[in-house]
Design a protein around this ligand. Structure first.
Ligand SMILES: [Zn+2]
Length: 383
């Protein structure tokens, strides 16, 4: 049976929550186009907004070793953030890199080059592998599309931790509206939800989370309200063209491509390129490409042609399966068994929403619940 595709972008009914209007145009591109003009870059006074922001970051950083924190995965977005922040804006960042045990050799080489060429200090957070492996395997056994959430959550927590340690007020993020706005929540949910992460670890894991960097509501409140640390979506203020960014970092920083968004991690490549499409029917490239179509940097036809290619080369799959099973310390048969489990979702497990909602006193908790809901929604896109 064919799946209904939006007439404007390339999102389709594999997103269970998609809504089409009578012209066959989906809710994703409709809201993208509605919200685009609200971005700071399209504000009539956009250059002032950017220079005020940069001046504030510089002022807040006076007398400190750094004025901002940046995450550095070695992917296009974070690499370009490092370039812009240091070379164009003249800021003094400390870069935070996460070693979760899955970084490809190429990504390690890219990060080394970036740091050297831009002369930036680097802090590498090495996750406790036994603990992290157990958590990742727990997520895989839970059979949800959310297996990348432990990594995303740990990165966010580490960025705040480092900002707090050096008394830095600004974390500059590569997350941006133009290339990342469209991504259905059903395809990956719970980035900011410590309750969910802890819950799956308890249900499916064998190890206590003792050292895993995490953010609960209290920590968030402390970092944001008490320490005054904010997340700056730089590319909502600064013109960002993905193709141009790629060209610049290739030329200036000798950056090498991984062949897919977030493929700098071998696990991401396997999960996003193989498990999500085959087990859940979710192909994240549809979101990535739809953003580019809506931003008018790629035609719909080009995006559709791109989607005709497989998310990863089929020949790579056996090697990746073998690699992943070995890293998880399970045999390939067990991995296949886990992959065949019936798909489940965020809503099927303990999480911040149903925990609050199912309390007997939910009537009285309603305003608190609403506040949390909005708060969680706001932060769920931040890593
Ligand atoms: Zn659409």
């Amino acid at each position: 049976m064919s799946v209904k595709i939006c007439n404007f972008c390339v999102m389709d009914a594999t997103d269970p929550d998609i809504v089409f209007d009578d012209k066959g145009i989906c809710n994703h591109c409709t809201s993208y186009i509605e919200d685009l003009p609200k971005l700071p870059i399209f504000h009539p006074d956009s250059s002032n907004l950017l220079s005020n922001l940069i001046n504030k970051i510089k002022k807040d950083g006076q007398g400190k070793p750094y004025d901002c924190v940046i995450g550095l995965s070695g992917g296009v977005d974070s690499t370009y953030v490092a370039y812009v922040v240091k070379k164009i804006l003249g800021l003094r960042p400390i870069a935070v890199h996460m070693d979760n045990g899955w970084n490809s050799e190429l990504s390690v080489k890219n990060v080394e080059n970036i740091i050297k060429k831009l002369d930036i200090d680097l802090f590498t957070k090495i996750l406790d592998w036994d603990e992290f492996r157990d958590l990742q395997l727990a997520f895989l056994c839970a059979s949800t599309p959310d297996s990348e959430i432990p990594t995303d959550h740990a990165i966010g927590a580490t960025l705040y931790e480092i900002a707090s340690k050096y008394n830095i007020k600004h974390i500059i993020s590569g997350a941006n509206f133009l290339t990342e706005r469209i991504m259905p929540p059903a395809w990956s949910q719970g980035h900011g939800d410590w309750r969910y992460i802890k819950g799956l670890s308890k249900l499916f894991g064998n190890k206590k989370l003792k050292t895993f960097p995490h953010l609960n509501a209290l920590k968030r409140f402390y970092y944001r309200r008490i320490r005054g640390i904010s997340m700056v979506p730089l590319f909502d203020f600064f013109k960002f063209n993905l193709a141009q960014a790629r060209g610049i970092i290739q030329k200036e920083l000798e950056w090498k491509d991984y062949g897919g968004k977030h493929y700098e991690s071998i696990y991401t490549k396997f999960f996003q390129g193989y498990i999500l499409p085959t087990k859940f029917g979710f192909d994240k490239r549809k979101g990535h490409l739809s953003n580019l179509v809506c931003a008018d940097v790629l035609s719909r036809i080009e995006a559709l042609n791109e989607l005709k290619k497989p998310p990863i080369e089929e020949a790579e799959v056996p090697y990746l399966k073998q690699y992943v099973a070995k890293k998880f310390n399970i045999d390939e048969q067990r991995l296949e068994q886990i992959l065949k489990e019936k798909p489940k979702f965020y809503r099927d497990y303990p999480n911040i929403y149903n925990t609050l909602w199912h309390k007997k006193s939910r009537k009285y908790l309603k305003p608190v619940y609403r506040y949390f809901l909005n708060f969680m929604k706001k932060i769920s896109n931040e890593h």
